[in-house]
Design a protein around this ligand. Structure first.
Ligand code: SAH
Length: 351
């Protein structure tokens, strides 16, 4: 059994030899109509995984309030660019726009939203969800380019970007490549040694060129016009592999079922922050998602929603609060990094 993604990966490997893990991830996740994010239904109970905005409206609402508060503390500069990287089904932006419209109308009136989404199928879902705001939302491939502060949201985006892995072998560091043969299917191979180091044999070193590329572009923009980027994701650990496959809410072998399994990697927040700081932005955190949401006031927001809820909705809100904040659930494994302009006030939630 194979599929168009695997067929193309095999033809590429046959033509040029083993390929970088990054090249394989790009094929598996986004590059083709049959790639994961273009062909599958990743989100929700009947999909492969559940993300924070899918768990509760409270997540997007709190990030939106944080953005509007940061803007107020900046003195309310206009116009305003809002951007979201990898918006999935569009829930986060829908929750944010609703709250801005209701609770921060000055912010809402002056903003334009850029949705940056690789999958045409998901972009279509996002557009359907945001019809009531359609006059201020566009879909594009890059950050908006205006002299305006930028408010950027990226939840579980960077973990979908391709990584390269380097492995410390007895001979030195080698890039982890992906090969294919009839007997073994897709499997690991090693590139040439790229320099002896003093680390432990078996150590893995990862880097995501696309992540650093985004970090520089977001950082440059913030350095000039200010604003705030909130990046929420799970982190990689130095020395360890963070590559994982997820299918139907379970861990799955990353190299099996390319295009039908979500491939993701932990985010190297230190590298991301360094790249943004190197072009003049300021970085805060990362801190645990649980601590961050508590600092932003998820408990009072929860109490407010519970007050108007029926028993079933109350149970759902309780579960959501727990899942988003409990250290044993998403509270610690997900981390929040804020990037701001160099002259901006500290971002809400990071005091
Ligand atoms: N933020 C959403 C979805 C996270 S899943 C949520 O929290 O629910 C990752 C998202 O990033 C998907 O929408 C996927 O299609 C998109 N994506 C992955 N790689 C991308 C790329 N290189 N450019 C733009 N979008 C990408």
């Amino acid at each position: 059994m194979s599929n168009p993604v695997e067929d193309l990966a095999r033809r590429i490997i046959a033509a040029q030899g083993p390929i970088s893990l990054a090249a394989l991830m790009r094929l598996a996740n986004t590059a083709l109509p049959d790639s994961y994010y273009q062909s599958q239904q990743p989100f929700g109970g009947d999909g492969d995984f559940v993300t924070a905005p899918e768990i509760s409206q409270m997540f997007g609402e709190l990030l939106a309030i944080a953005a509007a508060n940061h803007w107020l503390k900046m003195g309310g500069p206009q116009p305003i660019d809002v951007a979201e990287l990898g918006p999935g089904r569009g829930l986060l932006m829908a929750d944010a726009l609703r709250i801005w419209q209701r609770a921060a109308p000055d912010f809402y009136e002056k903003l334009s939203v850029a949705m940056i989404e690789a999958s045409p199928a998901l972009a279509k879902l996002q557009a359907e969800r945001l019809t009531s705001h359609s006059n201020r939302v566009t879909w594009q491939n890059d950050l908006p380019d205006r002299p305006a502060p930028l408010f950027l949201l990226a939840n579980e985006f960077f973990d979908a970007l391709p990584i390269q892995q380097f492995l410390r072998t007895e001979d030195g560091w080698c890039e982890r490549l992906i090969n294919w043969d009839e007997a073994r299917g897709f499997h690991d191979a090693l590139g040439p040694v790229i320099g002896a180091q003093l680390d432990q044999i078996g150590d893995v070193w990862e880097q995501s060129p696309e992540t650093l590329d985004w970090a520089v572009r977001i950082g440059e923009r913030l350095a000039i016009h200010g604003g705030m980027a909130l990046i929420i994701d799970y982190a990689s650990r130095p020395g360890e592999t963070s590559l994982r496959g997820i299918r139907r809410h379970q861990r799955a072998a990353p190299l099996e079922g390319l295009g039908t399994t979500d491939l993701s990697a932990g985010v190297d927040f230190a590298a991301l922050a360094r790249a943004a700081e190197s072009v003049g932005a300021k970085a805060y955190g990362p801190i645990g998602q649980g601590a961050y949401l508590l600092e932003l006031g998820i408990e009072p927001r929860h109490a407010q929603l519970v007050a108007g809820a029926n028993p079933a909705q109350k149970r759902e809100l309780d579960t959501a609060l727990h899942r988003l904040t409990d250290p044993a659930d998403m509270g610690e494994s997900f981390q929040v990094l804020a990037l701001t302009g160099p002259d901006d006030p500290p971002p809400p939630g990071f005091v």
